[in-house]
Design a protein around this ligand. Structure first.
Ligand code: ADP
Length: 397
């Protein structure tokens, strides 16, 4: 029996999911939080139980040690030999990684070099990868890139209309993100429609705390809303999404302390989006509750968010010159009935309409009316499963 572990390492966290493969059965999953801080928390969920412990976990190496010893302690595995593969989510793969890849020293070095494109994420992925290499040196180690699905975008979509030298010298271009999720839900949508992906035009809306929208034609990403980094595109929980670039020098002229790149990054990544407008929360649930209670700022935040999603869907109908299906996924997309209703309400001209009896909490599958010429769907994303499948595929190569 072979077990594969899917890893999503963040700067201070490590999310994991252990699969029995090829059955694709989730045996256990967990989260280690506050790595590098005092009172780190490791939570393991298995057999309907949830076990947490608080201890100091200094770094990712220690986190992986704790995770492995927990797997033994809870008898989820009897020995480390049962684990034959590990797959790591990697946010930025740049132009180099067009698909999932086996990880050797060369790949680790390259992922580290690409940190400029995902400064919050890639260094943490490298730490996670190295920790597994040290603790389980003999297992198959695979990197699955958020950007890989989008490497099929044509230059017309991925280039920015700025001087060529910035692309040539620094590879300033659109890379997108959430590719694993967009790929997975677009493939599931094709299954639901019972048509080959190559014949379909699909717009996938991954709306979580981070959010992005992708135009998928013939099974390939042809455009996506996130840009050089995950800051671009639609408005998000704390990120601004697209802006007039002149806003940055305009603000620097007035508040000189903002001329520091880190200060600018902070404002647009951490203090904007739903949080910036509502001055209350980055969480869509809080925004919806406050809006229902009559809070004007929360109402504006919600309306702006919906507006940005509608505009991107409209753009991508143009990019694709038509659309067969709209897919909602991730935290907000999967769970928020009023959000989906508000988005589709403004797009009826395109031949989309929601069935209120289908657009309910917990809905999965098609939620549009029978006569809606564009099908609207809710498909829960499963990036971990894609990672586990890629490990299995590359292990057998
Ligand atoms: P991340 O980008 O962190 O992976 P998720 O995909 O888990 O995010 O989405 C998290 C977001 O989902 C939360 O910030 C919250 O706003 C939203 N969310 C979760 N459940 C609901 C719900 N029932 N209604 C509205 N929003 C929800």
């Amino acid at each position: 029996m072979s077990k594969t572990i899917a890893i999503n390492a963040g700067s201070s966290s490590l999310k994991w999911q252990l699969y029995k493969m090829p059955e694709e059965e989730v045996i256990a999953k967990g989260l280690i939080e506050r790595i590098g801080l005092k009172d780190s928390i490791s939570t393991v969920k298995f057999d309907g139980k949830s076990e947490s412990q608080t201890l100091d976990i200094d770094d990712h190496h220690k986190a992986v040690e704790i995770l492995m010893s927990d797997l033994l302690r809870f008898e989820i595995i009897k020995s480390f030999d049962e684990i034959t593969g590990v797959g790591h989510r990697v946010v930025a793969g740049g132009e180099d990684f067009k698909e999932s890849t086996l990880i050797g020293d060369k790949e680790i070095e390259k992922i580290d070099e690409l940190s400029a494109l995902a400064p919050l994420h890639n260094p943490a992925h490298v730490a996670g990868i190295k920790a597994f290499k040290e603790i389980l040196p003999d297992i198959t180690s695979v990197a699955v890139f958020d950007t890989a699905f989008h490497t099929t975008m044509p230059a017309v979509a991925y280039r920015y209309p700025i001087a060529n030298k910035y692309y040539e010298d620094y590879q300033v271009r659109k890379y997108g993100a959430h590719g694993t999720s967009h790929q997975y839900v677009s493939q599931e949508a094709a299954k639901l429609l019972d048509k080959p992906a190559k014949d379909l035009k699909i717009i996938t809306c991954h709306i979580g705390n981070g959010a992005s929208i992708t135009a998928v034609k013939g099974g390939k990403s042809v455009d996506t809303s996130m840009g050089l980094t995950p800051l671009g595109g639609i408005m998000m929980g704390t990120r601004s999404g697209d802006l007039d670039p002149a806003i940055i020098p305009f603000l620097i002229d007035r508040e000189p302390e903002l001329s520091d790149a880190e200060a600018i990054r902070h404002i647009f990544n951490r203090e904007s989006g739903l949080l910036g407008i509502s001055e209350r929360s980055s969480d869509m649930r809080d925004i919806i509750d406050a809006r229902e209670a009559g809070d004007e700022k929360a109402k504006l935040a919600f309306d702006m968010y919906v507006d940005r999603v509608q505009k991107y869907i409209g753009q991508y109908v143009a990019v694709l010159n038509g659309v067969d299906a709209i897919v909602f996924t991730a935290g907000v997309g999967e769970n928020s009935v009023p959000f989906r209703e508000a988005v589709i309400e403004g797009l009826t001209w395109f031949g989309m309409s929601l069935d209120p009896e289908r657009n309910v909490f917990g809905a999965e599958g098609i939620i549009s009316t029978e006569d809606s010429s564009v099908k609207v769907m809710v498909i829960p994303t499963d990036e971990e499963l894609v990672i586990a499948r890629d490990v299995e595929r590359l292990k057998n190569k």
